[in-house]
Design a protein around this ligand. Structure first.
Ligand code: ZN
Ligand code: ZN
Length: 467
């Protein structure tokens, strides 16, 4: 009876406030048993309060945290039964965010401009791509954990197969055993310029050239399609530019040497014996030149982390000074492990103010024209990722880096939907996250470059213009 009375007293305390009740309850722990429903409620609430306060403790004073989820190429045009894959997907969790948040459409670079994933991500992360874009190769090399210094020139590259007339018969060769082939080419010296090569995934590589007076203004060696003859690298600048000419000569020499070394390599001899085509050349493209840029922390004030699988996005994040969180089981494809991404996002949020999460699978299905694949990927994102992060103590932003409509299998300039959920946002009437519903939302139509400034004001990292 005595215990009964005490419990009644406790319940009345609870009606006042959890915080006032804790000190009282702490002293009476013996009464609180896990097998009594009231005790269970107290203990689980206490655990919840503890998780919450561990996030709060790491948070800069009076500031909020944020998660930015970018689903690559998510935007689309009406296709099957007049619906977009996003409209057709099963997205109760994303729609809940839409319902609680402020929605809108976003022209990632500007209306009518078709964004690449690299320039699009710079814009969405608050960096004018026309000012800060260093060229794709830089992101690939950074994403592959290669070291870059000012003036270094970097490329994306592929192992490929050529015949003895330099005709490309396979642009994506050597999916297995490429590491050993890459080592055979790593660290070559060409007229005083050191060339480093690292194999990233399957046939893909990044190449970094270190030396004096190098230029990113050189053309691709890659034919971009099978059947063509390996191209000569040429200076891109119209006026005679010595640095570009020198760089082009080094690229051509590197490609020649790559053939010389790889064609005779034991790994390729073994391939031929098995009847497989040899990975006997490196094709370079997307030259970029590394420059230091003002980092996110310096520009916006918050610490940032990146949860991504594909090297491009990790590279963009590193370039801007974000911490790249390693995630197991990410592939940059539809089979990526989204549960691990959710887990790492929640973990990263404990030590960072801003976490950028990237999912690539949506873009891949767009390029393949695979409506069902895109729809399924979106439903998976909702269930395996968004469901797990939607209720954390942080602003949640969901958007895309561009549209990749399944009907045209390429990026398009169609604006993408965007939603921001969190304290203080002017909740609108939109209750479904898609390309059409978003058009009537309270955010209206913004540019990619506007997103981080809008978010940083919500988070408390505002800078006043004027007094
Ligand atoms: Zn993209
Ligand atoms: Zn794409």
């Amino acid at each position: 009876m005595e215990k009964e009375a005490e419990l009644i007293q406790m319940r009345s305390y609870l009606l006042v406030s959890w915080n006032d009740t804790f000190s009282f309850l702490e002293k009476r722990k013996p009464v609180l048993k896990e097998n009594n429903s009231f005790g269970k409620a107290f203990l689980s609430k206490k655990r919840f309060m503890n998780t919450k306060s561990s996030i709060d403790k790491n948070k800069a004073k009076d500031k909020d945290k944020a998660i930015l989820l970018i689903c690559d190429g998510l935007g689309d045009r009406p296709a099957l039964d007049g619906k977009t894959p996003l409209q057709a997907a099963d997205t109760p969790n994303i729609d809940e965010i839409s319902k609680e948040g402020i929605n809108g459409l976003m022209d990632v670079i500007s209306p009518g401009i078709v964004p690449g994933s690299d320039t699009a991500h710079l814009a969405i992360l608050g960096y004018d791509p026309y000012k800060y874009y260093p060229g794709r190769g830089v992101f690939e090399a950074l994403g592959a954990d290669m070291e870059l210094r000012k003036g270094d020139v970097a490329f994306r590259a592929n192992f490929a197969t050529v015949d003895d007339k330099m005709r490309v018969t396979d642009r994506r060769a050597g999916r297995k055993g490429s590491k050993e082939l890459a080592e055979a080419l790593n660290g070559l010296d060409i007229v005083g310029v050191k060339v480093f090569l690292k194999n990233t995934t399957e046939h893909r590589c990044a190449v970094v050239m270190k030396g004096e007076n190098l230029s990113k203004y050189v053309s691709d060696v890659d034919t971009h399609e099978e059947g063509g003859i390996v191209k000569d690298c040429k200076p891109l600048t119209l006026k005679e530019d010595e640095d570009a000419r020198k760089t082009a000569d080094i690229v051509n020499e590197f490609v020649r040497k790559s053939y010389e070394i790889l064609n005779e390599h034991p790994v390729n001899e073994e391939r031929r014996r098995r009847g497989e085509p040899p990975a006997n050349i490196i094709l370079l493209r997307g030259a970029g030149s590394y420059e230091e840029v003002p980092l996110m922390k310096a520009r916006f004030g918050f610490s940032a982390a990146c949860v991504a699988g594909a090297s491009l996005y990790k590279g963009v994040a590193k370039y801007l000074g974000m911490d790249v969180v390693p995630v197991e089981g990410t592939t940059g494809r539809a089979d990526t492990n989204l549960n691990n991404k959710a887990e790492e996002t929640l973990h990263a949020l404990k030590e960072h103010d801003f976490v950028f999460v990237h999912v690539k699978g949506t873009d891949n299905s767009g390029h393949e024209g695979d409506f069902e694949g895109k729809r399924k990927m979106i439903s998976r994102i909702d269930k395996e990722l968004v469901a797990r992060i939607k209720d954390v103590d942080a602003y949640i932003v969901i958007t895309a880096d561009h549209s990749t409509p399944v009907s045209i299998k390429r990026h398009s300039s169609d604006p993408v939907p965007v939603v921001i959920k969190g304290a203080g946002v002017r909740k609108d009437e939109v209750n479904k996250f898609d390309e059409f519903s978003a058009a009537s939302g309270g955010l209206g139509r913004i540019r990619g470059m506007d997103l981080v400034p809008i978010l940083s004001d919500f988070m408390g990292y505002y800078k006043m213009y004027g007094t």
